[in-house]
Design a protein around this ligand. Sequence first.
Ligand code: HEM
Length: 486
Amino acid sequence: MDQSESVMWTPELAIAAAVVVVIGVTQYLIYRWRNPKCNGVLPPGSMGFPLIGETIQFLSPGHTLDLLPFIKKRVHKYGPIFRTSLVGRPIVVTADPEINSFIYSQEGKTVELWYLDSISKVFKQDGEARTTAGGGVHKYLRTITLNHFGSESIKAKLLADIQRYVNKVIGHWSSQPSVEVQRQIMAMLYDFNAGILFGYDPEKSNEKISESLITLAYGFMAIPLNIPGTQYNKCLKAQKKLVNTFKALVKERRQASVATVAARGDFLDQALRDIEIEQFLTEEFVVNLLFGISFASGSISTSLILMFKLLAENPSVLEELTAEHNEFLKQRKDPESPITWEEYKSMKFTLQVIYETLRLTNAMPFLLRRTIKDLNIKGYTIPAGWTIMVTNSALHLNPRTHKDPLDFNPWRWKDQDQYSISKNLQPFGGGTRQCAGADYTRVFMAIFLHVLVTKYSWKKVKGGDISRSPVLKFGDGIHVSFSAKA
Ligand code: HEM
């Protein structure tokens, strides 16, 4: 090469070249971020800023019962299936009921259960636990939950136990000028369910299980910022405390005599007996099981809390509900006798109120799955390894399915048959992973209402502001005053 053609590498030139390379690489990375690799056509949408994606927009709250503003805006702009990126992960959001049903049916074939990393951390789900959560383990989870919370247990024991417990709790509330029902309802549910799970009695125990579970519930959907003072940090501490409590409980039970264990027969006893039979069952697994079910079983609380607000704002619903339950009292020989399964099954209007409350609560506004393989649907491809956010809440708030969807109108369910109800109302998910606590939830809500409207008068004193980001929250709570009916 001729001397005159060679480049003189001065420091300025080297810096300029480095800048050009950095800009080029950055532009390439931004291009790749915005246009992820796909063996087909990706759903429309935007991946937002590199790394954070659209997380900030996603967390921006809504102040009505409507769909999360993030999802509503994008469905309007792109249609019912779109792509985005949240907390560093590529995600396809679907608000299309047909696609949602298809995704439910693909469990274990092209998709698997999946939680975002911050949630997994709270639930201690590592990669291995996620993949083994299929097959036998999943079947076991369902069976043991249904054994203790399913219809046989409900008929044999829980109907009467719930009624007695709710009576005691509301009786206590009525002895105070007013109570903030959000916290109280959460505590009521966590305490009662812990009784079914491991014989917990809040009056006899030094451990305030419900306090840790409430902290966990407030924090697990918060921004995952693990620094002292944040909700997420408190949530991780509560998680640790609960796991230690459950570990100690499991140790204690394993050391207890056979006679003591046989006498109790609760969820924990069954799990400990099953360790001898099921290969995958270990003490650690039982601790995680107790932790997961304790938490999941509290999901009823959001619906019960919202119910207070909805009934206070819709007196005609409360009137018809009260009339239905007073009729049961009239029909009984002894009005104080416990509720029967037949009575529960004949609570027509009550069930409509429960359906309508579940529809508007959207306690789990979306479910998460991950694609195991490329998944082709309606002309789009969702690449393997992407997260899918199935928004069943979109079905509940769709004006084409439910006229005036934000109205609390239990009568809309009056003439619907079981097929259209299960098609248009899916608060418990679908497919093989459908909620194992669905019957228990409906029964608990129905008995709570029975006790509330037959034995107590109540009035909302203040509060009831709501926000959704993405779970439903009740600002400063709802303050209610109760008094026993004469
Ligand atoms: C209003 C109350 C409740 C709602 C809205 C609710 C919602 C759900 C949903 C949507 C799922 C499916 C999750 C997914 O597919 O990713 C689910 C699963 C589950 N729920 Fe619930 N749930 C409620 C109450 C309960 C209660 C009271 C219990 C326990 C007694 C419970 C135990 C479970 C269990 C064990 C699963 C996993 C089922 C499986 O993987 O087969 N849930 N729940």
